[in-house]
Write a protein that binds this ligand. Structure first.
Ligand SMILES: Nc1ncnc2c1ncn2[C@@H]1O[C@H](COP(=O)(O)OP(=O)(O)OP(=O)(O)O)[C@@H](O)[C@H]1O
Ligand SMILES: [Mg+2]
Length: 199
């Protein structure tokens, strides 16, 4: 029953890139939730104020995901920024991809997103938002964190495969960006930059 591996993380942390490769290695099926919502029109409205984002119809989306899960025996790698929508009983493990906020910022800048949207997401990464909502959905025992900073896609995949078996090494709470940035002596400068751009 528990055959789903969730890959979650702040936008830009590499969910789609990693999940596709992981599905190849595990001979499983990769599902990108945003892409599924778009392709099968599982949304209830379009948010014109937020880059025409599609607001998913949660009920329809869950129904469709359960259908997909129940019709296969293969491992399913389900990824997306709100992947915690998958019902707990199907979930074997939820992997949260983490990326140093300074690297994430550079990556999101390449997307040419508006400054405000970049800051919102970098702050979310800094504050462990995705980790917290995933623990709320599945409980600490099912959740693992992977620091992808400075690692190649293949290195991240091999850590995930390790994390699927080895829960202790990757248990939540070991990654602390605020502490890391503080130790490097740039926390204040980093946070000031945000508050200046936020106003
Ligand atoms: N380990 C990595 N090292 C370097 N670059 C990476 C790595 N993983 C992903 N990337 C790059 O980062 C960018 C964002 O990756 P990707 O689109 O997979 O993120 P995502 O989490 O799926 O984002 P979104 O939530 O917006 O869908 C891509 O250009 C990808 O090539
Ligand atoms: Mg993606």
């Amino acid at each position: 029953m528990r055959k789903v591996i969730i890959i979650d993380g702040t936008p830009g942390t590499g969910k789609t890139t990693i999940a596709k490769k992981l599905a190849e290695q595990l001979e499983g099926i990769h599902i990108d939730i945003s892409e599924l919502v778009e392709r099968e029109k599982l949304y209830k409205r379009i948010d014109y104020e937020r880059s025409r984002a599609k607001i998913a119809d949660e009920k329809q989306l869950i129904k469709r995901l359960v259908e997909i899960i129940e019709e296969t025996n293969k491992p399913l790698i389900i990824e997306g920024h709100y992947a915690e929508i998958v019902p707990k009983k199907y979930v074997k493990c939820a992997i949260i991809l983490r990326l140093d906020p300074r690297e994430l910022e550079k990556r999101l800048e390449l997307r040419k997103w508006p400054k405000k949207k970049i800051i919102e997401n970098v702050q979310a990464e800094l504050l462990d938002s995705c980790l917290i909502k995933t623990i709320e959905a599945y409980g600490k025992d099912k959740v693992r964190e992977i620091d992808t900073t400075g690692k190649s896609v293949l290195e991240v995949i091999s850590e995930i495969i390790d994390a699927l078996e080895n829960s202790n090494k990757f248990k939540p709470g070991k990654i602390n960006w605020i502490e890391k940035i503080r130790k490097e002596g740039v926390l204040e400068r980093y946070l000031t930059k945000f508050s200046a751009t936020n106003t």
